[in-house]
Design a protein around this ligand. Structure first.
Ligand code: BG6
Length: 485
């Protein structure tokens, strides 16, 4: 489907890493697939390149390599390049914003300002846009991280909120744009089968893991001031949790979905600072081996302080204080330089209350739904079945739904979906301010406690994190999924 109408997509940070890796490739894919209105324009804004020719050369040299599997269709690439304009702009110079306004004067349709810059520039950019009247009838997209804690995030939201109304603000969490996350909504709210089971009477525990093999890459400096709790938990993991746990919304319109997610975030059991060591584990990777390649310790990465106490791994036990989930532990985990790249949600159902089939019917491994978000999108329902042959011997088997076998085409990268949603004015997959506040509020006691004392536990790169993360689950009579296999 093509975007509803013409648009101008103004990209601040036009030569930044995010523009190069994600935003421009996603816009190209949308263009190649015929999803952008023919008259839509992209106006890149940056300081480094002198003029359009210089910028296009940069795009040709840097962006092409990041275009997805489909590769480059040279004709489509050429017409994509035609859409791109460039404005050299120094944020400190008010007259440069007048130049930007003049450059946008002849463009009609929806206007989007995408701030692919550091968060410290969000407020100055918004002020400068307002000073030349560019905030009217426009949408603004804010990349994460939005703030460093509740206070700083409120300060940014307050300042941006004075210039743009909440309906104009699109806060990106790219996990919400992932196809499988959308599918989770379809699975939960499109099938009557799961709904009666999706509650404490039938669910024993839930695990949500986002594990990465990558380290901090070229972002050591940023990451060392951020850590996994801010980088992954406050946003991606809590958003996934809220989608797994939310009540069925009245409809899929943006506020119905976001209201339900908010209710979950507000129902998270507050963490008592005295209990943090029981429900939260932090780790930092040391040197190790991943798939046969040696990788260095976090503390020796470029941009990282040698005595850094920043966590590259977090595991948490979370509880939700409502009727549906009271008493059900949700175990969240994320880390860099782990043994595998995988993101998945594991719903462990309770064993049968009495087994007429013998003790093996009570064993773990069955009664489980595993929703794998990446790398291969699958949903597996593990059940017990009788092994062929004599006697009643049971074995765990699974019903397998591999999406790429059902749907051969039409897969869309998260950024592509989200950018199209911004252009089309669909807010459902963007984080509302109150959700963001609730998430910061919940993580803050952990942030404070960790900042005040102790250090992360070491783990070797290429493993699944510190042993304490396994011990935390063992206390609840369970283990992480990979420990069972
Ligand atoms: C980003 C984090 O938001 O998500 C990165 O800042 C992380 O540190 C990335 O690597 C993971 O996203 P994905 O889509 O590769 O799982």
């Amino acid at each position: 489907m093509q975007t509803d109408s013409s648009f101008t997509f103004v990209l601040f940070g036009g030569t930044g890493d995010l523009s190069m890796r994600k935003i421009l490739p996603a816009l190209y894919e949308a263009h190649r697939a015929g999803m952008l209105a023919a008259s839509g324009k992209i106006v890149a804004v940056a300081r480094h390149e002198e003029d359009r020719a210089g910028y296009l050369q940069w795009v040709n040299e840097h962006v092409k390599a990041h275009v997805a599997k489909s590769g480059i269709d040279e004709n489509a690439w050429a017409s994509f390049i035609d859409r791109i304009e460039y404005v050299k702009l120094d944020l400190g110079k008010a007259e440069d914003f007048v130049k930007l306004r003049d450059a946008l004067q002849d463009q009609s349709g929806t206007r989007v300002f995408y701030l692919a810059t550091g968060p410290s520039l969000f407020v100055p950019i918004c002020h400068a846009l307002a000073s030349v009247g560019l905030n009217e009838n426009a949408r603004i997209v804010l990349e994460k991280p939005l703030g460093y804690d509740l206070r700083s995030s409120n300060a940014i939201n307050d300042a941006v909120g004075e210039i743009f109304a909440e309906e104009q603000i699109y806060r990106i969490d790219h996990y919400l744009g992932k196809e499988p996350v959308q599918n989770l909504l379809a699975l939960r709210f499109g099938n009557a089968l799961f709904e009666p089971l999706w509650r404490r009477e039938w669910v024993e525990s839930i695990q949500i893991t986002i594990a990465e093999e990558l380290g901090v890459e070229a972002r050591g400096d940023f990451y060392d001031n951020t850590g996994a709790l801010r980088d992954m938990v406050q946003n991606h993991l809590l958003q996934l949790l809220s989608i797994v746990a939310m009540e069925p919304p009245h409809s899929m319109d943006s506020d119905s979905v976001r209201d339900e997610k908010l209710r979950v975030l507000r129902a998270l059991k507050p963490i008592d600072p005295r209990d943090i060591s029981k429900v939260a584990v932090r780790g930092q990777y040391h040197a190790g081996v991943i798939r046969g390649t040696s990788v260095p310790a976090y503390a020796t990465e470029h941009g990282v302080k040698t005595d850094s106490a920043t966590e590259t791994f977090v595991a948490l036990k979370v509880e939700i204080e409502n009727w549906r989930w009271a008493g059900v532990p949700f175990f969240l985990r994320t880390g860099k330089r782990l043994a595998d790249r995988v993101a998945e949600i594991v719903v462990n159902f309770r064993a049968v209350p009495h087994s007429a089939l013998g003790a093996s019917a009570l064993r773990a491994g069955a009664n489980r739904l595993v929703i794998r978000l990446q790398p291969n999108e699958t949903i597996r329902l593990y059940c017990l079945a009788k092994k062929p042959g004599e006697g009643m011997n049971l074995s765990s088997v699974h019903l397998d739904l591999a999406f790429d076998q059902f749907f051969k085409e039409g897969q869309m990268e998260a950024y592509q979906r989200l950018l199209l949603d911004v252009i089309n004015g669909r807010l459902a997959l963007f984080v509302r301010r109150d959700e963001q506040e609730a998430a910061w509020k919940w993580v803050e006691p952990i942030l404070n406690e960790w900042a005040a004392s102790g250090k992360p536990k070491p783990y070797a790169a290429g493993t699944w994190g510190p042993a304490a993360a396994s011990a935390m689950l063992a206390q609840h009579g369970t283990c992480w999924l990979e420990e069972e296999n």
